[in-house]
Structure formats: structure tokens, C-alpha cells
Design a binder for this molecule. Structure first.
Ligand code: ATP
Ligand code: MG
Length: 392
């Protein structure tokens, strides 16, 4: 039997004149991902991509992988047959029963985009419904609330039969919305933020700040693991690491404790802008959520935002922690995120951080250190870990 994977496009079908551009990115990504599961052919036509297995192809694994490809809204396993009733009938008798096991009711939907096919859609539905009832006599037809919908599509080169469609990842094809630099801490929120922007088609690079020896080797390993856990969604990922140890020591020596976190965050933003320049990222991405902690109040964000000369995307800004955790669990980063290693933000933490800082006062504190020199020096510590895409 000629079993394939059918992938339905999402919102790129609405893309008028630019549609080919989006489609070619999507197909390139899908080809790369499917190749991880063996030899296969990936083609597209009529807002659908088809994956046709070659010898030894892991269809099961590839099917799960296809559900993680951004830009697809539905993925189904389907049978590809010739455009004649004989082959369609054989498929319905021999393949469909295994696909709809457990269902008690069904209905058939037929779509005939090839209008030269002799039966119109209602007639095809009727014929196919009868064939399925013959093959599985215990089934009943229920056109309103069926347990399963069997679909027959008569397309330009072949007919496809499938029963049930799994939800695709949605979003836009990777790379269709520029490059963004994700500020990746070891926490729960920033990996989710990276995932959410990758879903909107942003090619993500990651930047992590460490404060060795105040933060440990294990804390660094944890962030590398988190970055690796993002690669099933982002593809290969570069993780840049910058040490802010000297900055934190300088702040600790010269500035008022209440301002430490805010000052550090302004340094982080400046360094992120420099890294974004070097790695050609047009936007920064953070996991901030309004009001979650002192440094994420509207006033605090107003103090850190102005140092960025480009958009800062904060996809979690309007989300509750619980909502962020739900995504974190579903993408598989949660268990790593909750491992108890320190972050540089938790080193030299003020006892009473400012929640309503005034920019004037922050600037006065900042002037107490050589912020330009410290920033330049910290940037020189940048090193990069290249992380290859891993398969879930
Ligand atoms: P998260 O789960 O993302 O760590 P959080 O609630 O701990 O969130 P903060 O520590 O205030 O939040 O950090 C807010 C955002 O700043 C993070 O989501 C992340 O984007 C960035 N950030 C914080 N610490 C670091 C770090 N050590 N390296 C890189 N980015 C960081
Ligand atoms: Mg954090």
C-alpha cells in the first residue's frame, strides 16, 4: 500500500503574490526534517505537501516530526491511489478499517478538484460510504457527529484517502520573518518565548549571560540543554554566552543595592544589541511577563527598553505563569527549566528591588561605573556553542 503523509498549509495560503516565497521556505524546512527519517520525496501542490516514503523510511517518526513544522495546520497519514473507483475501493476495504479502529460512526467527505473525474462529490461520497459499510459492517453513518470522517480527495495526479487529521504546529515557516536574538536564561519563560517567535517564522539565535564563578558550570550546562531542547522547533541553534561577572562586581562595589537588577538588565540589553548587530538579528526576544517580578513592571521595562535600538519582542508579556508553564510542558523544556541552578540575575539580588524606578535615578547610579568600558570588556568574553538540531 502506498502510504504517505499529507500536510496542509496554514495561513501562508492567504499570502497572495508572496506565496511562492513562503511555500518554498516551508518545503525546504519540511524536506530537511523528513530527511532525518530516511529516504523520501517531498512535493507540493494545491496548498498541500505530500511526503512519499522511500525504502526504509520511518513513517511513524516522520509523521510526529511533521506535526512540529511551523506553517502546517494539519497532518494526516493517507493512502495515495490511482484516480479510479477500483483502486479507491481497494483502499477503503483494505486500509481504512485499520485506520478507524474503535470508531462506531463515520461519514465520508469527498472533494473533487479534478473535475474530469466521472463522479461528482455527492455521488462519490455515497459510493465510498457503501464500500466502507461493507468492509466494516458494525459501523453506522452519522453525518452530524461522526466519530471519524473519511476523506477522499481527487487531486490532479492521484486520489488520496485519509481518516482523521492531527493538528499541525501552525504559525509561519521558519525563516520567513527574519532573525531574532533570544535572551535565554535558565528559567521557564525564555525558552517558551523563543519557541513562540520561532513559530511566527523567526530564525532564532540565543544569548545567555553567565556570571562565573558565581554561577556554576552546571548552570551553563543547563542552558545548553535548554537550547538543545528548543532545536526540534528552531533547527540548528547558535548559543552565544557572555560573562557579566565584572559588571556585577562593579555594580556591587559602587551602586546602590536596590538598583542592581535594573542596572544589570540595562547592561544585558546593550550587550544583546551588540550581539544582535554581529549576528544580524533585527529584534531581541525576552521571556518577560508584565508584573511577574520587580524588573518586569511597566516602570522597570521603561527603564531597560530604551537601551535597545531595535524591537524587543516579549511574546509572554500578557500571559500568566500557568499559561507559560503549559506551553513549556508541551514543548518539553519544563523539566530542565525547573532544575535548581542559579542564574546571574539571582547573584547579588537586592533585598528590596525597585519596582517603580525613575530613569533619572537609574542613570545617576549607572554613571558611578565605567559602563562603556565594562560593556566593551564583557562583549569580548562572547563565545559560541553551536547546537545541532536534535530529534525528539
Ligand atoms: P525566565 O524563566 O525566562 O528566566 P524570569 O521570570 O526568571 O524568566 P527574569 O530573570 O526577570 O525572568 O528575566 C527576564 C528575561 O530576561 C528572561 O525571560 C530572559 O529573556 C532574560 N534573561 C534573564 N536572565 C538572563 C540570562 N542569564 N541570560 C540571558 N537572558 C536572561
Ligand atoms: Mg530568569
Amino acid at each position: 500500500m502506498n502510504e504517505i503523509i499529507l500536510c496542509k498549509y496554514g495561513e501562508i495560503v492567504l499570502k497572495g503574490a508572496n506565496r511562492n516565497y513562503f511555500e518554498s521556505l516551508l518545503i525546504k524546512e519540511l524536506r530537511g526534517r523528513m530527511a532525518l527519517y530516511g529516504k523520501c520525496e517531498v512535493n507540493c501542490s494545491q496548498s498541500t505537501a505530500t511526503v512519499t516514503p522511500g525504502d526504509g523510511f520511518d513513517l511513524e517518526g516522520a509523521f510526529e516530526e511533521a506535526k512540529r513544522v511551523f506553517g502546517l495546520v494539519g497532518v494526516s497519514r493517507a493512502l495515495r491511489v490511482g484516480k479510479n473507483l477500483e483502486e479507491i475501493g481497494r483502499g477503503l476495504r483494505e486500509w481504512i478499517p485499520g485506520q478507524i479502529r474503535g470508531a462506531r460512526t463515520f461519514k465520508v467527505e469527498a472533494k473533487r478538484s479534478d473535475k474530469t473525474f466521472p463522479l461528482d462529490s455527492p455521488a462519490l461520497c455515497e459510493v465510498c460510504g457503501r464500500l466502507i459499510l461493507e468492509a466494516v459492517p458494525s459501523l453506522r453513518v452519522d453525518v452530524h457527529h461522526p466519530d471519524v470522517v473519511v476523506r477522499i480527495e481527487i487531486r490532479d495526479t492521484a486520489a488520496y484517502i485519509h481518516a482523521g487529521q492531527d493538528k499541525g504546529a501552525g504559525g509561519m515557516p521558519l525563516g520567513s520573518n527574519g532573525r531574532g536574538l533570544l535572551l535565554l536564561s535558565g528559567g521557564i519563560d525564555s525558552p517558551v518565548a523563543g519557541y513562540m517567535m520561532a513559530k511566527r517564522g523567526v530564525r532564532v539565535e540565543a544569548l545567555h549571560f553567565e556570571s562565573f564563578p558565581y554561577t556554576s558550570e552546571l548552570a551553563r550546562e543547563k542552558v545548553i540543554t535548554l537550547a538543545r531542547e528548543l532545536t526540534p522547533y528552531t533547527g540548528d541553534l547558535s548559543l552565544h554566552i557572555i560573562s557579566v561577572t565584572k559588571i556585577q562586581e562593579a555594580l556591587n562595589a559602587s551602586c546602590e543595592e536596590d538598583y542592581f537588577t535594573l542596572l544589570l538588565r540595562r547592561f544585558m540589553m546593550r550587550l544583546a544589541v551588540m550581539a544582535a548587530d554581529r549576528f544580524r538579528c533585527r529584534a531581541l526576544i525576552t521571556g518577560e511577563s508584565l508584573g511577574q517580578v520587580a524588573s518586569q513592571t511597566m516602570e522597570a521595562i521603561s527603564v531597560t527598553d530604551p537601551v535597545a535600538d531595535r524591537p524587543v519582542f516579549r511574546p509572554c508579556i500578557g500571559m500568566d505563569k500557568e499559561e507559560i508553564i503549559t506551553i513549556s510542558r508541551s514543548i518539553g523544556t519544563f523539566e530542565t527549566s525547573i532544575e535548581p541552578y542559579e542564574d546571574c540575575c539571582t547573584v547579588f539580588t537586592p533585598r528590596h528591588p525597585r519596582t517603580r524606578p525613575e530613569l533619572e535615578k537609574v542613570l545617576r547610579q549607572e554613571e558611578k561605573v565605567d559602563w562603556e568600558g565594562l560593556t566593551r570588556e564583557a562583549f569580548e568574553t562572547l563565545n559560541t556553542v553551536s547546537i545541532r538540531r536534535s530529534v525528539l
